[in-house]
Design a protein around this ligand. Structure first.
Ligand code: FE2
Length: 336
């Protein structure tokens, strides 16, 4: 889904919830024409397909039809476009287990949001759309496990902030290779305007009362919380004190902030100067691009900070910058 800046704060904070775990991976492939007389000259699936919000019996499937980005209504001749969708149990779509029809409307920019139900928990599915005689790329998704099942491990990838003019999205190739069960996106999916004019005023520092209310809720209702966040274009690992800024109040939670996929960060020297007054911050690296890889197992959470070697080389490799463990019953990140 396309995110814009200045959305709600909820997108910046993602709490791990085992009950809602599942995969949100799509595997684009070349779209191809269906039938002998396609009604469109252009592929309407230029923006690809996506899925998310996995539940044990359902996922959300999404696409947006845009045959021609430089024409009124994206090149569609009509205000309402019928769209078919299919969910299959296999990658080759030999066993289609759900299908249906939806409509893409001009007043929703021809976006399509479908929620097939009756799926089986904890397994992969493949899905695609058909519009204007053209079949979309197929995507791979997965349902969440049953609420009464505790998987031996949940792997979560955390990503944020991609800006094509500032770097290639090579991190996603490594992220997909890690085969996460769930991808959590906590910052700008795509920039549609310039960069970060509200950069620091929309961080926690700009809302001390709201920050303390959240910390109070965590203290009262969550055992050993872990906060995942992003959108500051830097890796940050921190101990969150029960009272923000009061180091004597005790460590309440761990915070892992993912750096951006490609958006530039602040100068390292500037951040290093701030660190002298923030002893709860264990690491801060605005100079690197990448993502977080979390492995949650009964008893512990391991977090690897995956840093790209480059975002100008599409074949760039990556490295583990640092690894931390949060153990059950002990708040705060420890070096792994
Ligand atoms: Fe951002």
């Amino acid at each position: 889904m396309i995110r814009r800046r200045r959305n709600t704060i909820s997108r910046r904070l993602a709490m791990l919830q085992l009950a809602s775990a599942g995969a949100v991976l799509s595997a684009p492939a070349c779209s191809r024409l269906v039938g002998r007389t396609p009604r469109l000259r252009d592929d309407p699936f230029t923006l690809g397909v996506a899925s998310g919000y996995p539940r044990p019996d359902s996922v959300v499937l999404w696409t947006r039809l845009l045959p021609r980005s430089d024409e009124p209504r994206g090149g569609w001749p009509a205000h309402v476009v019928p769209v078919e969708w299919e969910v299959a149990a296999d990658e080759g779509f030999r066993e289609i287990i759900r299908r249906g029809r939806a409509v893409a409307k001009a007043d929703l920019a021809y976006s399509v949001h479908v929620e097939p139900v009756g799926l089986k928990p904890g397994r992969p599915y493949w899905y695609r759309f058909i519009a204007g005689g053209v079949r979309s790329p197929s995507g791979r998704t997965a349902t969440a496990p049953s609420a009464d099942v505790l998987p031996p491990r949940l792997r979560v990838a955390v990503a944020s902030c991609q800006h094509y003019e500032q770097g290639l999205y090579v991190a996603y190739r490594h992220l997909v290779a890690d085969a996460p069960d769930l991808v959590v996106h906590v910052g700008d999916y795509i920039y549609e305007t310039g960069s970060a004019e509200c950069y620091w005023t929309d961080s926690w520092n700009g809302y001390p009362a709201a920050r303390q209310r959240l910390l109070d809720v965590l203290r009262q209702g969550v055992a050993n919380p872990v906060v995942l966040s992003g959108d500051i274009h830097a890796f940050v690992v921190a101990e969150l004190d029960a009272v923000a800024g009061d180091r004597g109040s005790g460590i309440l939670a761990s915070e892992f902030v993912t750096t951006s996929i490609s958006s530039r960060g602040l100068p390292q020297t500037m951040v290093d100067a701030w660190l002298k007054e923030n002893s709860n911050v264990r690491l801060a690296r605005p100079d690197l691009r990448g993502y977080l890889r979390l492995d949650l197992e009964p008893g512990s959470l391991r977090t690897d900070l995956i840093a790209m070697n480059s975002v100008s080389d599409p074949a760039a490799g990556c490295r583990v910058l640092a690894s931390y463990v949060v153990e059950s019953g002990r708040a705060g990140p420890m070096c792994a």
